[in-house]
Design a binder for this molecule. Structure first.
Ligand code: ITT
Length: 196
């Protein structure tokens, strides 16, 4: 069995990643051990930060396991791309982040509230990145939070084609269409074909 450590401290990400990768033939999928130092996220792109995290945790965990890291966030056009790579640092918790976002967009009409979720994944072993991918999903920012599934900005992210927020979708439905779900499908295909 090859080992794959899911190198994220975000419980919402862990649930979505494990749902796609668990049971993958030949791979044992493991959470990040607790108590490790945190990777710094000083890159200016999602891909750079995913790579930094994957390299850092791979160095920390030693040469055996493969490590996958996720850097993701919400890009809002009316805010010139903010919160972007700083999505987790925009405010202290999910509720405060969503409240701040809705406040900043208070005077912005529905037609100008376009946004996307972006997810970069990086796979590393022995301290080196072997593979990366990035996927996104388009949406708009709602006027109030709706829904209880998911995490983070999901309650304020509207999927126009469905007329629902991401937080109204159960995990499996979110994974079928989301930035992370799409990125994970490409990772899954790579791991299934035998490779890190
Ligand atoms: P790790 O670095 O340990 O993975 P983190 O939460 O700090 O955890 P990021 O720096 O990548 O991860 O921040 C991503 C933030 O973007 C996350 O905290 C959410 O606020 C938001 N986000 C990312 N994916 C999301 C999703 O699928 N749904 C809602 N919000 C999401």
């Amino acid at each position: 069995m090859k080992r794959l450590v899911v190198a994220t401290t975000n419980a919402g990400k862990v649930r979505e990643i494990v749902a796609v990768l668990d049971g993958l033939d030949g791979w044992s999928v493991e959470p990040l051990p607790s108590g490790l130092p945190l990777a710094d996220e000083t890159g200016s792109t999602f891909l750079a930060n995913a790579s930094r995290k994957a390299e850092f945790y791979s160095r920390t965990l030693g040469p055996d396991p493969w490590v996958v890291a996720d850097d993701s966030g919400l890009v809002v056009d009316a805010l010139d791309g903010r919160p972007g790579v700083l999505s987790s640092r925009y405010a202290p918790n999910d509720e405060a982040r969503n409240g701040k976002l809705l406040g900043e967009l208070r005077d912005i009409a529905a037609s100008d509230r376009s946004a996307r979720f972006v997810c970069a994944l990086a796979l590393a072993r022995n301290g080196r990145v072997a593979w990366t991918t990035e996927r996104s999903v388009e949406g708009t920012i709602a006027f109030q939070p709706v829904g209880t599934h998911g995490f983070g900005y999901d309650p304020v992210f509207l999927l126009p084609a469905l007329g629902r927020t991401m937080a109204e979708l159960p995990r499996e439905a979110k994974n079928r269409i989301s930035h992370r779900g799409r990125a994970l499908e490409t990772l899954r295909a790579r791991l299934e074909s035998g490779g890190g």
